[in-house]
Design a protein around this ligand. Structure first.
Ligand code: FAD
Length: 431
């Protein structure tokens, strides 16, 4: 793909908004801001498309129905949806215990409960849109430091090129700085925002697998003694597998499963997951990720907003990480549309962002964390509590509604983008 001429594009280094981190979250915010005509820069440590770029790998992301509306508001959904697989139903069960729950798009009267998209494909579409816009792509460059001035922040960046033997650094100025630089966010640390971190003592193996029987656009979440298995429908009758392993269990460590031959891996997966889709017949490249809950103590500091994994890194069990982050993006873009022409880094914007995100962030982190803890525990009584919870969700309409709306990403106050509407600048909104 054609790339903008990165660092040379920065002749006018006074930005309204500078986004550090061009992963799925930072790049989505950049695309959302195209409509506003502000001076926006997007910095990433890697050139888009190189193998080292950590955000765009083989993982498939379950975008909630709410996220599809956000991309619709950005004008990206019509192209993106051609490369997604809709989830028409979700089957949730607990291995060895009675009780299962089924969520369905038909019952909820929506076109789909969610959509599967490969992160590499999502990245290509986001960067194609950025390349066609006036946004400056500043890559490969790493944020090293920043300092405050009366009307903005001065950012120091280091060129991140193998040939950069002179350690070339350069400066940019911005009114608002957005930290979208992932779980280990340097910007969050430099802004003095602390984190709380708790390891789940689990790792997830991800891979694409094929099965004997068609998935019929059904997703499966199966809780087993070794950890949850999520199987999500992809194109060509493939499924995206997220197989969580308890790393404390000596007999079944993630390394051992990773080391199995393809045939043994598929055999073990079949024994754990069961044979609802027949036998597993093929597996693609496998990768593994350690899992922890990391949350920032706050989401803003002077002229700085923290979003995406930098603000909240969650267990992938409920597929909420990017979906929650896209709601960060939608709210922040709404506020930038409102305050951006005067001062995108104003205290009023920062206070409004903190206030508008607090509830959704707290609820989504709590929902995902409780799900992991409830279903990770191999205690006999908890096993029965889980079965009871699944049956209750299946039978009791209001509880099912809560479960479904949280999974669909619509259980919260709706920004313009989250309602599928395009952003409006302040003047247009009041005209
Ligand atoms: C196995 C797995 C499955 C998942 N499935 C789902 C799912 O189904 N649904 C869902 O909603 N979520 C899912 N998630 C969560 C989702 O992947 C994350 O929420 C998302 O990737 C976060 O993206 P990000 O852009 O915030 O961070 P990252 O992807 O970490 O991107 C950070 C970017 O910042 C750049 N960077 C870092 N430091 C610097 C620096 N100093 N200077 C400049 N640039 C820098 C990096 O190069 C990178 O491009 C899953 C996660 C995992 C692990």
């Amino acid at each position: 793909m054609k790339q903008k001429n990165d660092l040379s594009n920065t002749n006018n280094p006074h930005y309204d908004v500078l986004i550090v981190g061009g992963g799925m979250v930072g790049a989505s915010l950049a695309v959302a801001l195209v409509a506003l005509g502000l001076k926006v820069g997007l910095v990433d440590a890697y050139q888009f498309g190189v193998a080292e770029q950590p955000s765009y790998d083989d993982r498939a992301i379950a975008l909630s129905y709410g996220s599809s509306r956000i991309y619709q508001g950005m004008g990206l959904w019509s192209e993106l949806s051609a490369n997604t697989t809709p989830i028409n139903s979700i089957h949730i069960s607990d291995r060895g215990h009675f009780g299962a729950t089924r969520l369905s798009a038909e019952k909820e009267k929506v076109p789909a409960l969610g959509y599967l998209v490969e992160s590499r494909i999502l990245g290509k579409q986001l960067y194609a849109r950025i390349n066609d816009s006036k946004i400056d792509l500043i890559a490969p460059a790493r944020l090293e430091a920043f300092k405050e001035t009366d009307d903005g922040l001065i950012i120091e960046l280091q060129k991140n090129e193998k040939s950069n033997e002179n350690n070339d650094s350069f400066q940019l100025k911005t009114r608002l700085l957005v930290a979208a630089d992932g779980t280990q966010s340097k910007l969050r640390d430099l802004a003095g925002i602390g984190i709380s971190r708790s390891s789940y003592q689990q790792s997830a193996i991800i891979a694409n697998v094929s099965t004997e029987k068609p998935h019929n656009n059904e997703a499966f979440e199966r809780f087993t003694d070794t950890g949850p298995i999520a199987l999500l429908p992809l194109s060509d009758n493939r499924c995206s597998l997220v197989w969580t392993h308890d790393t404390q269990q000596g007999s079944s460590t993630v390394e051992q499963t990773m080391a199995l031959s393809d045939a043994d891996f598929l055999d073990k997966l079949g024994k754990e997951f069961g044979y609802r889709l027949g036998r597993f017949t093929k597996v693609g490249k496998r990768s593994s990720f350690p899992l922890a809950l990391v949350t920032a103590e706050k989401n803003t500091a002077n002229r700085t907003v923290v979003i995406g994994n930098a603000a909240h890194t969650m267990h992938p069990v409920a597929g909420q990480g990017l979906n929650l982050a896209l709601r960060d993006v939608a709210v922040l873009a709404d506020l930038i549309a409102h305050y951006g022409n005067d001062d995108a880094g104003s205290d009023a914007l920062l206070e409004a962002y903190e206030a508008q995100r607090a509830e959704d962030l707290k609820n989504t982190v709590r929902y995902t964390d409780s799900l992991v803890r409830l279903f990770s525990n191999d205690n006999f009584l908890l096993g029965h509590a889980r079965a009871g919870a699944l049956l209750a969700v299946d039978r009791i309409a209001p509880l099912r509604k809560l479960f479904t709306t949280q999974s669909m990403g619509i259980n919260h106050r709706q920004s313009r983008l989250a309602r599928g509407l395009a952003l409006r600048k302040k003047q247009e909104a009041s005209a």
